[in-house]
Each structure stands twice: as C-alpha cells, then as structure tokens.
Design a protein around this ligand. Structure first.
Ligand SMILES: [Fe+2]
Ligand SMILES: [Fe+2]
Length: 154
C-alpha cells in the first residue's frame, strides 16, 4: 500500500497499521530463511507478540470506529473478526511450545495472516478511504494503546 496515495484524513491510521503488517511479514521471511531452531522459536515468539498487539488495537479501536458506516464495511469487519479468531488459535498453538509442531503452525499462520492482510489493505482500507471516514483522532489512540500493550506483553 502506497502511503503517499492515502488521503490525509486516513493516512496516519492506515499507514501505521500497514507498517505493522510490513513488520510481521519481515518476521515471516526471517523465520523462513533460518535453519536454526532456537532462532525460529524466538522469531515465532516475536511474531505472536506483534500480531497479538496488532489484532487487539484493531479490535478495540480501529474496527469499532468503522462500524455502522456501511453494510459492506460491516460485512468486512465481521469477516476480519472471524479471521482474527482463527489467527489467535494458531498463536495459542504456537505458544504451547511444541517444537515438532512449530514449523507447521507457523507456516499456516503465515499463509493465513498473509490472506487477512491482503483483504484488509486491498478491500477494507480502500473502502475506508472511499467512504471518507475521518480517522485523524484515532491515530493517537492507536499509538498509545499499542505502546501500553507492547509493555504488557513483553
Ligand atoms: Fe491488520
Ligand atoms: Fe486485522
């Protein structure tokens, strides 16, 4: 997603969420490119931490702020919430620390989150821009909540 093309009213919020997506995708690549089990475990733990915080700020602040704007957006949010649920199950499975299942769980998480991010950026973000939803006040809220959660889930 090209941030310079996002209108000012949505840029800070959508840009920040897209940055989170990029950061997680980078971790996916790192996991893939190392053969070291210990490294894989620590990359997986960091991925889960970042995804947990990201999903939570979307669920607490971003998605509720978009509710009721249009039926189409509401449908997308319903779907997104179901997808978050599935991702959380995979994160929980990874959290159990069964090393023989790490590769499988992480691979499915990678595919699943990749799909979710594509829909979020390609459909939901587009719809938010089209509907001209003013997100300027939400940016600081998201940032603050993210920092607080990052501190909690250390
Ligand atoms: Fe997201
Ligand atoms: Fe999401």
């Amino acid at each position: 997603m090209d941030k310079s093309k996002i209108p000012t009213e949505q840029r800070a919020v959508l840009g920040m969420l897209a940055d989170d997506h990029r950061a997680v995708k980078k971790l996916f690549k790192q996991f893939d490119s190392t053969g070291n089990d210990k490294e894989k475990q620590s990359i997986a733990a960091e991925t889960c931490r970042q995804l947990t915080v990201h999903a939570q700020i979307e669920e607490e602040i971003f998605y509720p702020g978009l509710r009721g704007k249009s039926d189409k957006i509401d449908d997308m949010l319903d779907e997104a919430e179901v997808e978050h649920g599935v991702a959380k199950n995979l994160i929980a499975a990874i959290g159990l620390g069964e090393s023989d299942m790490l590769e499988a769980n992480y691979t499915v998480l990678t595919e699943y989150v990749g799909h979710h991010v594509e829909e979020e950026e390609g459909e939901l973000f587009e719809a938010v821009v089209k509907a001209k939803i003013d997100l300027r006040e939400m940016a600081a809220q998201l940032e603050q909540r993210k920092l607080a959660l990052m501190g909690e889930i250390a």
